[in-house]
Design a protein around this ligand. Structure first.
Ligand SMILES: [Mg+2]
Length: 186
């Protein structure tokens, strides 16, 4: 299991090592006023109504999920994001950089969202010019595999991976036992 954290202050950045932090974006540093779960709850009645005509229960579920998911995407496109923990994040950044390390964002977003992502980070108080970004969507692989192929692990004495998704964390733990993993929740 990964260590579960609710603030970035809980991430251990050793003083005597150069640390690379690979940090997820969605639901790790950036969130929306409504989580997908809350949004889903709000939409379920209208979605049920929309797909009333579907007789197959399984089919109805698929249609409803797709419908709500699409609506959540447009909700996110027009809603201002929030930082999950700006103070903790800034403290962590200060520790990483004062000890010679660096933070790279590792997101499963598409590179097509590059400018949108940069704008969103600015809105939540993060200067995107200070960090490297890795967008994994086009690679079609999970983050663990992406790390194998794109991150030069030898350059760092210590590597940390922070994400909100247990499936991603689990694979990183399996494939890169030397990487410390943290699951962020808010
Ligand atoms: Mg995430």
């Amino acid at each position: 299991m990964s260590k579960i954290i609710t603030t970035f202050d809980q991430v251990d950045i050793p003083e005597d090592k150069t640390t690379l932090v690979l940090c997820d974006i969605d639901d790790t540093i950036l969130r929306y006023p409504l989580s997908f779960k809350d949004f889903y709850k709000n939409e379920i009645t209208s979605a049920k109504f929309m797909f009333m005509w579907t007789t197959s229960k399984a089919e109805k579920k698929i249609y409803m999920e797709e419908y709500i998911y699409d609506r959540y995407i447009s909700y996110k496109a027009k809603t201002e994001p929030l930082h999950t923990d700006i103070d903790g994040f800034n403290n962590m950044i200060q520790k990483i950089y004062s000890r010679g390390g660096e933070l790279k964002f590792l997101t499963s977003r598409s590179i097509g969202y590059k400018n949108f992502t940069r704008k969103q980070l600015e809105k939540i108080g993060i200067n995107p010019d200070l960090y490297a970004f890795h967008y994994t969507y086009e690679s079609g692989v999970k983050k663990s595999r992406y790390i194998w192929e794109n991150i030069d692990k030898e350059k760092y004495q210590n590597i940390i991976f922070i994400d909100d998704r247990e499936d991603e964390l689990e694979l990183v733990r399996q494939d890169h036992p030397e990487i410390s993993t943290y699951r962020f929740t808010y």
